[in-house]
Design a protein around this ligand. Structure first.
Ligand SMILES: Cc1cc2nc3c(=O)[nH]c(=O)nc-3n(C[C@H](O)[C@H](O)[C@H](O)COP(=O)(O)OP(=O)(O)OC[C@H]3O[C@@H](n4cnc5c(N)ncnc54)[C@H](O)[C@@H]3O)c2cc1C
Length: 443
């Protein structure tokens, strides 16, 4: 069956596909295209010349937004690499400055400073949003000390922020902060004028459109289920998400397609370590253990928003503390808190079987935390919002870790980059991470 004429026909059809890839592809078209390629791959068997064709078609492969992702190297990859998936469902995400406590460096991997990614990322993101008219607002942030015992921590944050290159930081007395925010209670506040908010959905749509118009093919509802390192080749095993959803965990997952890209970026968020473990030939010792912490938000019901700026308490060990965040319509929400999720092992994290519901009872912990800086919060005014899960690399009381960006120098495999522990401020940092990965891959 697989005679030369058959292969020649396929080659011809694939050139057509190649041509179409240069056009802007709709999501539906991308899905159709992927199905077409998959069908052909399984028809021919997985070890055929088709793989070779795919190898040249797809220089890049990425597992971003639960989709396989083929890409030609003719686009500023800083943009497409900065796709953020759907682990959080907020409409607006904050553009953070970085005044956080120094992250703990717990792995002997190449660790780059979260602080510098955040500061650079913020600059790139503001520019991108401005140039493309993506809704965003530079509204500023107040980090508050609500008692005298917290003032030294606030001063330490200010010093760290200055060291990290955050511009415009200024310490305010409590009375000055309340002229900005009359409902606020604090003894001192650190003012960060460069902090802001962005409509993350518009940002994603813009990035998707731009990537597609530069030759990227997205294949939605498609999952990376593993891979293999063979010599200097990286094989990526891909399957439809349906197969993953129906997988009974006792059998081996079968790939519908094997891709052999030249470059692979494992940026699968919560599942990134689980995917790395499934790449045969990648040493286990370089894959960090995953820890997970849920963060819930509560919204304010029937109340006019009391604040115009982002309000943060002093950060906690594992999170930023229950803070005030605003959307572009001025609606506020409080969160996220930190709830460690225990007993999650490999398969549930690989399949993202996390519980994203918000338990109403958690409000009991929110009220006292919020009233420290917003004493006017009325009983019964909080309503469950939504939850997100943080891909942590350290557990409770272990202190923060930095982003982990692993390239060849760590695992010895040319063309493979693993991104682990990209928790907040991952969105703010995304373009800077992309810039760094691009430089690393393309050098
Ligand atoms: C509650 C909460 C609040 C946050 N607030 C902020 C904020 O205000 N500001 C900020 O800068 N950051 C914030 N962050 C952090 C930010 O959301 C993350 O750092 C960022 O989303 C990480 O991006 P990522 O691409 O690494 O991972 P993700 O966004 O998790 O994307 C990974 C993608 O990979 C896909 N995927 C997973 N497995 C597979 C597979 N096997 N095959 C194919 N695809 C797969 C997933 O479906 C997903 O779409 C917050 C995070 C949380 C949890």
């Amino acid at each position: 069956m697989h005679d030369l004429t058959e292969l020649e026909n396929l080659r011809h059809n694939l050139s057509e596909i190649d041509f179409e890839m240069r056009d802007v592809l709709s999501k539906a078209r991308a899905r159709e295209l992927f199905r077409l390629i998959s069908t052909r791959a399984s028809y021919l068997g997985r070890e055929t010349k088709l793989q070779k064709v795919l190898e040249t078609q797809y220089n890049f492969f990425c597992c971003i937004p639960r989709c396989a992702f083929g890409y030609k190297l003719n686009f500023d990859i800083a943009y497409w690499l900065s796709f953020i998936g759907n682990s959080i469902s907020k409409d607006e995400v904050e553009l953070r400055s970085n005044c956080k406590e120094a992250p703990r460096m717990s792995f002997n991997f190449q660790i780059l400073s979260q602080a510098s990614f955040c500061v650079r990322g913020k600059e790139l993101l503001y520019k991108y949003c401005k140039d493309r008219e993506i809704p965003h607002k530079q509204i500023g942030k107040l980090i508050v000390a609500t008692g005298l015992s917290e003032v030294p921590k606030l001063s330490a944050l200010m010093n760290r922020g200055i060291q990290n290159g955050v511009e415009g930081l200024r310490m305010m007395e409590g009375y000055e902060a309340t002229t900005l925010e009359p409902e606020l209670h604090c003894v001192k506040a650190l003012w960060s004028p460069s902090s802001g908010i962005v409509d993350s959905h518009s940002l994603m749509l813009s990035l998707v459109g731009e990537a597609e118009s530069h030759g990227t093919t997205f294949s939605y509802n498609t999952a990376v289920i593993g891979g293999r390192i063979e010599g200097n080749q990286i094989q990526i095993h891909v399957s439809g998400s349906d197969a993953l959803a129906n997988w009974n965990e006792r059998t081996e997952l079968d790939s519908e397609l094997i891709l052999i890209p030249k470059l692979v970026v494992n940026s699968a968020g919560l599942s990134a370590p689980a995917i790395a473990k499934r790449i045969k030939g990648l040493p286990d010792s370089i894959i960090p253990a995953s820890k997970y912490a849920r963060g819930c938000y509560f919204t304010l019901s029937n109340t006019k928003s009391p604040f115009k700026h982002l309000i943060y308490p002093i950060p906690e060990v594992s999170g930023l503390g229950v803070h005030v965040t605003l959307d572009l319509n001025g609606q506020i929400k409080f969160g996220p808190d930190v709830e460690w999720i225990k007993g999650i092992d490999d398969i549930p994290s690989f399949l993202n079987m996390f519980d994203y519901s918000v338990c109403e009872d958690r409000a009991n912990q929110f009220y006292p935390a919020i009233r420290k800086y917003y004493p006017g919060l009325k009983d019964g005014s909080l309503e469950p919002g939504y939850a997100g899960i943080r891909p942590k690399l350290s557990g409770p009381e272990e202190g923060p870790t930095d982003f982990v960006v692993q390239g060849e120098e760590v695992h010895g495999i040319a063309g493979l980059v693993n991104l682990f522990g990209i928790e907040s401020p991952g969105l703010t940092s995304s373009m800077a991470i992309a810039e760094h990965v691009a430089a690393k891959l393309l050098k």
